[in-house]
Design a protein. Structure first.
Length: 277
C-alpha cells in the first residue's frame, strides 16, 4: 500500500493549482500518445466513499486528453447477470490496445459498498476476496498497466459535501438516501476497506492512497502519481519549485501491527513475511 500525499501542495492557491494542473495535463497527453503509438493498455481505478471526488478527479485527468483513446467506465447499478458474473462483467470493460480506461468505481464494489450495504451475499464477497489477486495478476500478465487509487476523506468532510449537494440547485441529484445510509455505516465500511487493503494490496498492484479532503490537492497527487509510475516517451520530470523528491511511502499490517514510512525494499521484504503468516 502506498500513501501518496505531497504535503508541498498544501500552500497552493487556486491560480497555482491551475498552473500545476496544466503542466501535468501536458504530460498526460504525452502519456496518451505513447499508449496509442505502442498499443499499450492502461486501467486506472478510482475507489472511495461517496463524495470522495472520484468523478471530478477523472474529469481533470481527461479534460485535455484525446477522446479517441480514453473512456470512463461507470457500471451503475449492476444487473442480476452482471452480479452473478462479476469478473466477466469487468473483463468485458477492460481497455483494448492503445486505450486508457478510467474506472469510476470498479470490481472493488464487491469488496466495499456491496457487502457494507448488503448488495451481495456473504458467499459472493468471500469468493471475490479469494480470487481477486489471481484475477488481477492475469490481467497484468496479459499486458494491462493497472493503477488502483483509493481517495480518502474524513467523515466530517463527507457530511459537509452531502449538505452542499443537498442545497445546490445544480448538484442536488447527486445525493440519494443510499448515500446517507452508507454514511451512517461509516465504521462498517471502514472495516471492509481495511480488509480490502490487507488482502488485495500486492507488490504487483498496490493500493495508492490519496487524501482527498482537499479535492484540488487530491487531483494533482493522483495525476502526478500516474506520470511517475509509467515510463513513457519524452517524459519530463516535473520538479516543483519548493517540493521534495517524488518518493512514495509504503505501509503494511502484519499480525495487527502496522509498519509505516517504509521504502519499497522494506515493504517487499515484509510482504514476503506476511505471506508466511
Amino acid at each position: 500500500m502506498i500513501i501518496y500525499n505531497r504535503t508541498e501542495y498544501k500552500a497552493l492557491s487556486t491560480r497555482q493549482y491551475s498552473k500545476e494542473k496544466k503542466r501535468l495535463q501536458v504530460e498526460l497527453l504525452k502519456l496518451e500518445e505513447w499508449v496509442i503509438k505502442n498499443n499499450k493498455r492502461v486501467g486506472i481505478v478510482l475507489e472511495g466513499r461517496d463524495a470522495a471526488g472520484k468523478g471530478s478527479t477523472i474529469k481533470r485527468f481527461i479534460e485535455n486528453m484525446m477522446p479517441k483513446a480514453v473512456k470512463v467506465i461507470e457500471l451503475g447499478v449492476p444487473t442480476k447477470k452482471q452480479t452473478e458474473n462479476w469478473f466477466k462483467t469487468w473483463e468485458e470493460r477492460m481497455p483494448d490496445e492503445g486505450n486508457i480506461h478510467f474506472f469510476d468505481r470498479s470490481w472493488y464494489s464487491r469488496a466495499l459498498i456491496q457487502p457494507a450495504m448488503g448488495y451481495c451475499s456473504e458467499n459472493q464477497y468471500k469468493y471475490f476476496m479469494k480470487k481477486i489477486n489471481d484475477w488481477e495478476n492475469k490481467q497484468i500478465s496479459d499486458g494491462l498497466i493497472l493503477i488502483k487509487f483509493y481517495l480518502s476523506i474524513s467523515k466530517e468532510n463527507q457530511e459537509l459535501r452531502f449538505h452542499m449537494r443537498e442545497t445546490s440547485s445544480l448538484k442536488y441529484w447527486k445525493l440519494s438516501t443510499n448515500d446517507w445510509q452508507a454514511h451512517e455505516k461509516w465504521q462498517l465500511f471502514t472495516n471492509f476497506k481495511d480488509q480490502m487493503f490487507r488482502k488485495t494490496s500486492t507488490p504487483a498492484c498496490p493500493w495508492v492512497i490519496i487524501n482527498s479532503d482537499n479535492k484540488m490537492i487530491g487531483r494533482l497527487n493522483a495525476m502526478r502519481y500516474v506520470l511517475s509510475a509509467i515510463d513513457y516517451e519524452n517524459k519530463k520530470i516535473l520538479k516543483p519549485k519548493k517540493w521534495s523528491k517524488d518518493k512514495p511511502i509504503y505501509n503494511i499490517i502484519i499480525n495487527n501491527i502496522r509498519f509505516d514510512d517504509l521504502n519499497k525494499d522494506q515493504y517487499e521484504f515484509l510482504y514476503k513475511l506476511k505471506a508466511n503468516e
